[in-house]
Design a protein around this ligand. Structure first.
Ligand SMILES: [Zn+2]
Ligand SMILES: [Zn+2]
Length: 179
């Protein structure tokens, strides 16, 4: 798995919000999510599972009628992830229900996905340390839609960061890209 590089707006780095770190890897610059939690404050970062060398984001998931866990790459814009189960899917891109692994609170909220061809109004929300700061990830499996919502961050910068997406990072990406 090779991360491809996409430019990070320099304005964003000046005001880097808590919970996101700036990392150099092989001479390239990346953003890495290092602190996210559920609405009750439980950390979703799991040190024992690492992707691209960084602790992954763990979610309990329900896809169609199958339960398991996702371990998601913390590199911003990467959609690589590991499963602890092998879902047998009836639909090609079903909605994913996501829950905090500690308290089982739902992480799904109503929010429309702006990605072309995706009509879902559900997102998975990950809470960053700052009040009101959140990451929204489209709940449709296979959709790369994700959005960074940070207080006082100018809209243009927020959109530039949200548009950072890396593709081709995973062997089975046709089925498991997105989220
Ligand atoms: Zn929780
Ligand atoms: Zn979407």
């Amino acid at each position: 798995m090779d991360l491809k590089h996409t430019a990070i707006p320099p304005e964003f780095l000046k005001i880097l919000p808590a919970g996101i770190k700036f990392l150099h890897k092989k001479g390239k610059e990346f953003l890495v999510v290092e602190k996210v939690h559920c609405s009750k404050g439980h950390s979703l970062i799991v040190d024992s599972v690492r992707i691209h060398g960084e602790p992954a984001i763990e979610l309990d998931v329900l896809i169609e009628d199958q339960e398991g866990s996702f371990f998601i790459d913390a590199f911003w814009g990467s959609h690589a992830k590991l499963y602890n189960f092998m879902p047998r899917l009836k639909q090609s891109s079903p909605l994913v229900q996501a829950f905090c692994p500690v308290c089982k609170a739902s992480l799904v909220v109503n929010r429309e996905c702006p990605m072309e061809g995706c009509d879902t109004d559900k997102h998975i929300v990950l809470y960053l340390p700052g009040e009101g700061n959140r990451i929204f990830v489209c709940a449709r499996l296979g959709c790369p839609g994700h959005y960074l919502s940070v207080r006082n961050l100018p809209q243009g910068i927020s959109e530039s960061v949200s548009n950072i997406n890396y593709f081709g990072t995973q062997v089975d990406e046709d089925l498991f890209q997105g989220i």
